[in-house]
Write a protein that binds this ligand. Structure first.
Ligand code: ATP
Ligand code: ATP
Ligand code: MG
Ligand code: MG
Ligand code: MG
Ligand code: MG
Length: 249
């Protein structure tokens, strides 16, 4: 209501815009999922159904928000670009739950997520962020605090041994989703990195290209028509990005 004596409360709203011309990463993380695991009997250390709900929710976010170019997730967390994502994610998580847990209905308190936004100025920073999440997951993939401590500072080979003795798991035979996490992106035609003209590659020092309104609209249309896929790939090495130049351009 305009001009009422209550309107002054608006002044408590602080500007919270994000830095221009940066890659915005929104990290979404399940609230108290350690308890969720016990409550709904998630299989340890990796429950495939629980990851599938996360992936379904992430896919729905990418489908709903064309500005989001890529999402990467492990465990109960998901990293992606652009804001107002947490609520879309949560709504879809709750909606998709029964598909993956048909015999375990949700009960109160319902699952919720926290989210934080970080701006990364260069493509390299963004790639390093994504690499950090994947490497962190691969090195510290064990959730058990005790196992985490045991593993701190141990070599990959020792880690495999501990995984085997504790969970009877041979890491090398584990499905890719447990080894690499999940990456969600729009699926256009793959580019052969060998024949890829480097002049077309993203030049991170260049000024951002000003797109016309029609270009932006065409872009948006193309994005909303594209198929969205969930894959379990190495996102640390160049190959993933070289073959999919549209993701970071
Ligand atoms: P917070 O609210 O602070 O995030 P949290 O209990 O969610 O607390 P996290 O550090 O986010 O703490 O850890 C999430 C926990 O849920 C980890 O122990 C992780 O292993 C477990 N978890 C998440 N997804 C799965 C899954 N698919 N299968 C097995 N365990 C899972
Ligand atoms: P944004 O995503 O930017 O918030 P918006 O379309 O939600 O866009 P708002 O300015 O938030 O725009 O306005 C919400 C609109 O929804 C208003 O027109 C409001 O009257 C209408 N609306 C919200 N709740 C109800 C309701 N319960 N019944 C009828 N109309 C509603
Ligand atoms: Mg409003
Ligand atoms: Mg957390
Ligand atoms: Mg959590
Ligand atoms: Mg977490």
């Amino acid at each position: 209501m305009a001009n009422s004596k209550f309107e002054y409360v608006r002044e408590f709203e602080q500007p919270d815009s994000l830095l221009r011309n940066t890659w915005i990463v929104v990290r979404v993380d399940g609230r108290a999922f350690t308890k969720m695991c016990a409550r709904y009997g998630f299989e340890k250390p990796n429950d495939r159904r629980a990851l599938d709900v996360m992936n379904a929710a992430a896919k729905a976010v990418v489908a709903d928000l064309p500005e989001v170019t890529i999402a990467y997730g492990v465990s109960d967390e998901y990293s992606k670009l652009v804001s107002t994502i947490v609520s879309t994610f949560t709504a879809n998580y709750v909606h998709c739950w029964s598909t993956y847990f048909p015999d375990t209905p949700l009960s109160f308190p319902l699952p919720t997520f926290d989210g934080r936004a970080v701006c990364y100025p260069t493509v390299q920073n963004l790639r390093d962020y994504m690499s950090w999440r994947q490497a962190d997951f691969q090195l510290g993939g064990l959730d058990n605090k005790e196992a985490e401590k045991t593993l701190a500072g141990t070599l990959a080979a020792d880690k495999n041994e501990i995984l085997f003795s504790r969970f009877n798991i041979n890491y090398n035979n584990e499905p890719e989703i447990f080894r690499k996490g999940s990456v969600v992106f729009r699926d256009y035609e793959l580019v052969d990195p060998a024949s890829h003209n480097t002049a077309d590659a993203v030049d991170e020092l260049a000024e951002p290209v000003q797109q016309s309104k029609t270009q932006n609209e065409n872009d948006k249309k193309r994005r909303s028509k594209a198929r969205i896929v969930v894959e379990h790939l190495d996102i640390i090495r160049d190959d993933f990005w070289d073959r999919r130049p549209w993701i970071l351009s």
